[in-house]
Write a protein that binds this ligand. Structure first.
Ligand SMILES: Nc1ncnc2c1ncn2[C@@H]1O[C@H](COP(=O)(O)OP(=O)(O)OP(=O)(O)O)[C@@H](O)[C@H]1O
Length: 580
């Protein structure tokens, strides 16, 4: 339309310029040839008047055209808005007084222009939500709005709430600065963090008050939720114990709750899940499953946990009972087995999460992850989230291969770390939880067990007698030896390592959680993700193989805003790690 109206106008403009030039030439010609000065004057005046009239006429015509064009654009924009979010537009117009219509139309157009500019380089389905927020030049725009993102037939319409819009920009900036939040977003959507739970858009799930025991979202939740709720792929990197599980659980449950289950998911021998969460260890899978099911059950959704070392028949029965669990939380190996047996289908998955992806790669699950994600709809049609406390090169490759223009939300001032050669695993942006007091004691390798005993007795004196202490060993045999040594010395101890059957591992963990035993000896199998709030102290009897493992091990304390302590017994054999 604008092309059609522009041409005649510019042609007209050209004509006017030509006429004006011609008039000027005629004028000059007359000045040199006519000898009567008064006649020349009259002629000049006449020409000037003609020129003025022509100019006025042209301005009037342009104004009229502009007005008509704007009216046509507003009309077509409203049509599109109605098609995209029918009832919300209706609700808007009911609330809005008629006299504000004109201003709103103008705002709408300005925003549309800005949005077009922002999204010109991203695929249509990833068009950012057009909120103007933190970091934006005019971040305090008071009109919340919607921009739908399409994923696997679902339309996401995250709407920044009025309450969040009302927060002064300075407060938003202070929050981002205080929590060292950095957001890297290829589409530059600039969504404000949801500083309070009340800043979240209302939903059936939120009406059930799932956050009653928390006061505010953690920074990773606050910063990643707006993007995840918009249907975007998200990489969340935050310290241990910072609430990453809820950071992916809430958008996952919201995504599923607002969409009907595809019909074929009910009944049949194959359980069709709509969301899949892959965890590196069995214990983490169980823990994540517990957190997700309590959230999912609030809106009538089901979650099943599939992990190795436990009866397949029981898990199969669970899948059948739920006739297609909405959410599957699984370790890669067991999920792969079920996929190849045909008892599970991921072809309906609209939400996939890789939890502790770096750990999965360490454990050699790369091929399994590829197979699992390959069984889901293509990445353009699902939403993929990756949450981790560390961000090594290997995981970056995974993100590139399986995500679409992910938003990367990083919490904390990430510094470079590596081995003494400056390379090592190629890890960067590794940071330990700053609320953990870290102590390293250089000891004789033969004196380690005795020193461990002294440290335990010291820590469990007086009021600390029931404090939970996690003791890390590197090898399974070492863990067995240390456990037996402590038992002999009268310490209430249990252990968790790969040589134990799954039911023994689970029993040890339960005993430790309940306080029946106050010391748990573990290998790195328990290092990632385990959330045992009462752990006051972590002791590393033997240094782990990588600095990432160290960060995860000590991260079992100081969780959810608490403080914690870590003591590492360091020997000459570990000196290669002293730099990092
Ligand atoms: N908004 C919140 N306020 C307070 N506590 C919270 C909040 N969200 C989650 N938590 C609690 O914080 C603890 C740690 O959460 P979570 O296990 O998700 O951490 P994480 O970041 O996944 O840790 P890790 O990297 O070790 O796996 C849990 O006990 C959880 O219930």
């Amino acid at each position: 339309m604008s092309v059609g109206t522009k041409h005649p106008r510019s042609e007209g403009e050209d004509q006017d310029v030509r006429l004006a030039k011609k008039a000027k030439t005629d004028e000059n010609a007359q000045t040199t040839t006519d000898s009567d000065p008064s006649a020349v004057k009259i002629e000049k005046k006449k020409k000037k008047k003609e020129k003025r009239d022509k100019k006025e006429k042209k301005e009037k015509r342009d104004k009229k055209e502009k007005k008509e064009k704007k009216a046509r654009e507003d009309q077509s924009e409203e049509d599109i808005g109605e098609q995209q979010s029918g009832d919300s537009v209706e609700a808007d117009s009911e609330d809005r007084p008629a006299k504000k219509d004109k201003k709103k139309k103008k705002d709408k157009k300005d925003k549309k222009d800005k949005r077009d500019e922002e999204t010109s380089n991203v695929p249509e389905e990833l068009a950012p939500t057009p909120t103007e927020q933190n970091g934006g030049s005019n971040g305090t725009d008071a009109t919340p709005n919607k921009s739908p993102v399409q994923r696997n037939g679902a339309t996401y319409t995250y709407q920044q709430t009025e309450a969040l819009h009302a927060v002064p920009e300075t407060e938003i900036q202070e929050y981002l600065k205080k929590h060292e939040i950095s957001i890297s977003d290829p589409s530059d959507a600039k969504l404000r963090p949801v500083i309070q739970f009340s800043h979240l858009p209302s939903s059936t799930l939120l009406s059930k008050n799932p956050f009653a025991s928390f006061t505010a979202p953690t920074p990773i939740q606050a910063a990643s939720w707006p993007f995840a709720l918009s249907g975007r792929d998200v990489i969340g990197i935050a310290e241990t114990g910072s609430g990453k599980t809820m950071a992916f659980s809430l958008p996952c449950v919201e995504a599923l709750a607002s969409r009907p289950r595809p019909k074929h998911s009910k009944g049949g021998k194959t359980a069709c899940a709509r969301a899949v969460v892959v965890s590196p260890t069995r214990e983490l899978a169980m823990q994540t499953h517990a957190a997700m099911s309590s959230l999912a059950s609030l809106v009538g959704l089901s979650a099943v946990c599939l992990y190795g070392g436990a009866s397949k028949d029981e898990q199969r029965a669970l899948l059948r009972k739920n006739s297609g669990a909405d959410i599957i939380v699984a370790t890669p190996g067991r999920l792969k087995d079920f996929l190849s047996e045909g008892c599970v289908s991921l072809s309906d998955v609209m939400f996939a999460v890789l939890d502790e992806a770096d750990r999965m790669l360490d454990k050699g699950f790369e091929e399994d992850i590829k197979l699992i994600l390959g069984s889901c709809p293509p990445r353009e049609k699902r939403q993929t989230l990756m949450f981790t406390a560390t961000w090594p090169m290997s995981v970056r490759g995974l993100a590139e291969g399986f995500m679409v223009d992910p938003v990367k939300v990083t919490i904390g001032n990430r510094t470079r770390a590596g081995d003494e050669n400056g390379g090592g695993s190629g890890s960067t942006e590794l940071q330990a939880n700053t609320r953990i007091e870290q102590k390293v004691e250089v000891v004789d390798p033969n004196a380690k067990e005795q020193r461990l005993l002294e440290l335990l007795r010291e820590a469990q004196k007086g009021s600390g007698k029931n404090d939970r202490i996690l003791v890390f060993c590197l090898y399974k045999k070492e863990a067995v030896r240390v456990e037996q040594f402590l038992e002999r010395k009268g310490i209430r101890v249990a252990s968790i390592h790969g040589d134990l059957r799954q039911d023994q591992r689970t029993r040890s963990l339960e005993a430790f959680k309940s306080g029946k035993t106050t010391v748990l000896v573990a290998t790195d199998v328990a290092a990632r993700g385990l959330d045992i709030p009462e752990v006051k102290l972590v002791i590393n009897v033997t240094f782990p193989l990588t600095i990432e493992d160290y960060v995860h091990r000590i991260g079992r304390t100081g969780r959810a805003g608490r403080s914690g302590k870590a003591i590492t017994l360091f020997t000459q054999h570990d000196k290669a790690h002293s730099g990092s």
